[in-house]
Design a protein around this ligand. Sequence first.
Ligand code: SF4
Ligand code: SF4
Length: 186
Amino acid sequence: MSINGAVDLRSFKQKVRYKKTSFRRFLNTLVKRSPQKIKTLIHSAEQDVWKEVNCLSCANCCKTMTPTYTATDIKRIAAHFKISTDEFKKKWLRKERGPNGDWINKSTPCQFLDKKTNYCSIYAIRPKDCSGYPHLRKNLKDYIHVHKQNIECCPAAYTMVEKMKEKVESLELRVQSRILPLTTYK
Ligand code: SF4
Ligand code: SF4
């Protein structure tokens, strides 16, 4: 994404505008490949991602989105602040509409984000949703819709798809040039 992994959100948004359609198309073709080959590709691309993206220079997820809070998250974080779960909900959360609506933040940026440093002030006890984000290692077939959304707001998710695309294109080129056998990337 840039030197030392620093994220420039303005240039990121410009790149997204140009690339999002081709990235989404690529993801649609990628899920048709063998699960084992996808897994290997994800593993190798993810390592490249964290060499290029430093979340502490970004925090776009904490600034623009809300995590969902499970009952266990609420209990744990409320206990940390020595308040009841009801007080915690009243102070910071709202319930999404619908019978199965999740508990989410009332506002963005997240109240637990330190805006000066981009650190999460409750990092060790943050919601499970936050600790898993941006879900790069998850099964691609199950998370394709998530990645399609995340490439627009998360530089790590964007770079992940970019790296996978580069790797697939490079392999395909070598197959076409008969440097590698046809079965290499199906
Ligand atoms: S997970 Fe994505 S959006 Fe969140 S800080 Fe890291 S790169 Fe930025
Ligand atoms: S709880 Fe922490 S990691 Fe999760 S959105 Fe808020 S600041 Fe970010």
